[in-house]
Design a protein around this ligand. Structure first.
Ligand SMILES: NC(=O)c1ccc[n+]([C@@H]2O[C@H](COP(=O)([O-])OP(=O)(O)OC[C@H]3O[C@@H](n4cnc5c(N)ncnc54)[C@H](OP(=O)(O)O)[C@@H]3O)[C@@H](O)[C@H]2O)c1
Length: 231
């Protein structure tokens, strides 16, 4: 990814923290959209000053089309889109609110559509692109109480594979990773750490994501890659 312009969405989240050092080690330029300046300040306190200085931050709400369009025009070029933005909530279907259902689709599927749409315009202009999206094991093995999340992530898989088909014959690829449980601070808080050794480490998933985002992965299109750790 040396010299490549990477748009890393969700870079301030649990997985983002694992992905940032791997992208920087590959020599890329990285832009991270954020909603709350406190998240940027937190990253500043965690990353080395040299790594932090190499990141650009743009305030954006990726659920809004105008905000995504502004973000991508601001960057000017997107060689690699790594779209980590997503969110999770659960509940039995007959008790689950319609507003929660719509929110799951907004945060997981609609942000993916919008960032892919506007990144693809730039990629097609420049004749180069790598898109990596994040689905979930729940997209291919839906479980009770996961209906909204599973449906949204199944949509992410379908969207990514449709883009991979649309971009055949170009140097643009699109692939999706399907994590099970990632070993993030939020998951440790929510579920305890007893089974954390079975979960996927963010830095391990980051290696797979960054490979798919690299020039070397030019012949992988439309893959939905299970990254389940030991679950
Ligand atoms: N954690 C897991 O076990 C797990 C398992 C399978 C799949 N995944 C998927 O992996 C991805 C990363 O997960 P994670 O654990 O790192 O999640 P996370 O810690 O909740 O991070 C999500 C990131 O997305 C950002 N974001 C959310 N809505 C946004 C919006 N409208 N505009 C701009 N930024 C927005 C968040 O910023 P804010 O602070 O502004 O909200 C945050 O930086 C997600 O797609 C998730 O569904 C996670």
């Amino acid at each position: 990814m040396k010299g490549k312009q990477v748009l890393l969405t969700g870079g301030t989240g649990g997985l983002g923290l694992g992905v940032i050092p791997v992208i920087l080690a590959q020599g890329a330029e990285v832009t991270i959209p954020y909603r709350n300046i406190k998240d940027v300040e937190r990253l500043k306190s965690i990353l080395s000053p040299t790594d932090f200085a190499r990141l650009s931050f743009v305030p954006s709400n990726l659920e809004e089309e105008a905000s995504v369009e502004n973000l991508i025009n601001h960057i000017g070029r997107v060689d690699v889109l790594i779209h980590l933005v997503g969110g999770f909530s659960m509940g039995k279907t007959h008790e689950y609110s319609f507003s929660s259902w719509k929110h799951e689709l907004d945060i997981n599927l609609n942000t993916t559509f919008l960032t892919c749409k506007y990144s693809l315009k730039k990629m097609l202009e420049h004749g180069y692109g790598r898109i990596v999206t994040v689905g979930s094991k729940a997209a291919v093995e839906p479980a009770g109480q996961f209906a909204a999340y599973s449906a949204a992530k199944a949509g992410v898989v379908a969207l990514t594979q449709a883009i991979a088909d649309e971009t055949k014959g170009t140097n643009i690829t699109a692939n999706v990773v399907l994590p099970s449980v990632i070993d993030t601070p939020n998951n440790r808080k929510a579920m305890g750490a007893e089974n954390a050794d079975k979960w996927v480490k963010p830095e391990s998933l980051a290696q797979i994501i960054c490979f798919l985002g690299s020039e070397a992965a030019k012949d992988i299109r439309g893959a939905a890659i299970p990254v389940y750790g030991n679950i």
